[in-house]
Write a protein that binds this ligand. Structure first.
Ligand code: KIV
Length: 275
């Protein structure tokens, strides 16, 4: 290959993710746009176009109003920015729960229109038939158990899971059902360390924790949370940067420069000579 024509980068696929069970932890982050995806891509195994975009990009109170069209638009942008990580796209509320057929039609639309490698569904036990229907028809499915943000209306908010024996059993059942139905990976959200460990041992698919301890086979965070873009984040988020303060300082400096006519200065002005 010449320098002008570099070898194409091989994208991480389902077998690569499955092979990481019990091995080197999977590094996953959410992404919603092309420039951010380009920055994250060299460091991540999976970029998730999460329906959290409703809250962290569109300013909604929860993920319920997010539509399939929104997910596809952001998915297309992320695919333009990432060429190495596996890109997974969330199926939004109302796009997969009615029947396996509805889920297949919408999953096929997501994969066809974005070029992404997989979809994610929030998986109560009731959705296992749908996971199986999709997986058997060639749609790679990531499941999501434990705290399921799309249940926020029914549960009165975002609540960690596993406080009672019944709840612990339900989370384990959700994970086992998704695993047996063919999910290639399982996001486990908002559970204590011992339950995360039990789930991870109970399933063949790698588990990806968010607020679920280091007992999982990988980790995921909502990228704007870990970059410190918001005043409030869940307690399990570690802030790796303070982009909110950096952004505020930059915007304040810009506003002061504009008001004082310091910007644009001589270096930021076109010099056009000739006729
Ligand atoms: O929507 C999302 O970003 C997610 C992650 C929190 C796993 O589902």
């Amino acid at each position: 290959m010449s320098a002008q024509n570099p070898a194409p980068v091989k994208r991480i696929g389902v077998p690569d993710i499955r092979a990481r069970k019990g091995g080197e932890p999977l590094v996953c982050l959410t992404a919603y746009d092309a420039p951010t995806a380009r920055l994250l891509d060299p460091h991540c195994d999976v970029l998730l176009v999460g329906d959290s975009l409703g809250m962290v990009v569109h300013g909604l109170a929860n993920t319920i109003p997010v539509t399939l069209d929104m997910m596809i638009l952001h998915g297309q942008a992320v695919m333009r920015g990432a060429n190495r990580a596996m890109v997974v796209i969330d199926m939004p509320f109302g796009s997969y729960e009615a029947s396996p057929g509805q889920a297949f039609d919408n999953a096929a639309r997501i994969l066809r229109e974005t070029g992404a490698q997989a979809v994610k569904v929030e998986s109560g036990v009731y959705i296992a038939d749908t996971v199986r229907f999709l997986a058997e028809r060639g749609v790679p499915v990531m499941a999501h158990v434990g705290l399921r943000p799309q249940a926020a209306l029914a549960e009165g908010g975002f609540k960690a899971k596993g406080r009672s024996d019944a709840e612990r059993t339900r989370v384990l059942d959700e994970a086992r059902a998704a695993d047996e139905a063919g999910a290639f990976a399982i996001v486990v959200e908002g559970v204590a360390e011992d339950l995360a460990s039990q789930v991870t041992q109970a399933v063949k698919a790698p588990t990806i924790g968010i607020g679920a301890s280091a007992e999982c086979d990988g980790q995921i965070l909502v990228t704007p949370d870990m970059l410190g873009l918001f005043d409030w984040t869940p307690r399990f988020v570690k802030r790796y940067a303070d982009l909110k303060a950096l952004t505020e300082d930059a915007v304040r400096a810009y506003a002061e420069d504009v008001r004082a006519r310091r910007f644009p200065g001589p270096d930021e002005v076109y010099r056009i000579t000739g006729a």
